[in-house]
Design a protein around this ligand. Structure first.
Ligand code: PGA
Length: 252
């Protein structure tokens, strides 16, 4: 039985005052969270502040990105896996479509980062997903396969015991357009079947989140699909009431 997992991706939003207010709201409602794993991923500059503001163990901390380079050194502006670990991060979002599209992260860089995170004892949330153009031209499955194959080829299927996958159709991110529960389920089932071809047990245990305009009013239907195990939440994770409502919609 997979335990649902909901993570908030705050992206580049917030300030100390904003975060204190948001985390105060989360602290107050955290006792309502049962039967769901929950994490919040602040901008790295605020990870420590956010962690210190949290008064509950129920909500874990994650990062939104990480250096590909495993060791400390002359890499101006970067932050390493061991630094995230030091700050108390349990998760790191890797290969988000914004990192791929805006910063040109390639499948092989994402794969290297997954390996580095795993080596550091941090659970990667590996994002995969197609653009609208790719979906409409019928290459959605091959795009998602390539994104997964790069990682599988480097770390191997056994390592997916410690990997969370987030399916995020690029056309649904921040657009207010959600994949229908059926559309999302179809891709989640495809991902699980692909992994199942390599190792049935591991595939059955991998948590696959859905991301892309998840809101309190559509979360339950999405999370009710057999292969959707929670969500990666952008905009709605910046509001404590909305985020908690979404987490509760994933509870088993
Ligand atoms: P959204 O973002 O919920 O604002 O669409 C999701 C994501 O990018 O992780």
């Amino acid at each position: 039985m997979r335990k649902p997992f909901v993570a908030g991706n705050w992206k580049m939003h917030g300030s100390k005052a904003f975060i204190l207010n948001l985390v105060t709201g989360l602290n107050a409602k955290s006792s309502e969270l049962k039967g769901v794993d929950v994490a919040i991923c602040p901008p790295s500059l605020y990870i420590d502040f956010t962690k210190r503001s949290l008064s509950t163990e129920v909500i874990a901390i994650g990062a939104q990105n990480m250096a590909e380079e495993p060791h400390q050194g002359a890499f101006t502006g970067e932050g390493s896996a061991s630094m995230l670990k030091d700050l108390g991060c349990r998760y790191v979002i890797l290969g988000h479509s914004e990192r791929r599209a805006i910063y040109g992260e390639t499948n092989s860089e994402v794969a290297n980062k997954v390996q580095v995170a795993l080596d550091a004892g941090i659970t990667p949330i590996l994002c995969v997903g197609e653009t609208l153009e790719e979906r409409e031209s019928g290459i959605m499955e091959s795009i998602i396969s390539e994104q997964l194959d790069a990682v599988l080829g480097l770390v191997g299927i056994a390592a997916f015991k410690g990997v969370v996958i987030a399916y995020e159709p690029v056309w649904a991110i921040g657009t207010g357009v959600t994949a229908s529960p059926e559309q999302a389920q179809e891709v989640h089932a495809f991902i699980r079947a692909k992994l199942s071809g390599l190792d049935e047990n591991i595939a059955a245990g991998v948590v696959i989140q859905y991301g892309g305009s998840v809101k309190p009013n559509n979360a339950k239907e999405l999370f009710g699909q057999p292969d959707i195990d929670g969500g990666l939440i952008g905009g709605a994770s910046l509001d404590a009431d909305d985020f908690i409502a979404i987490c509760k919609a994933a509870e088993i």
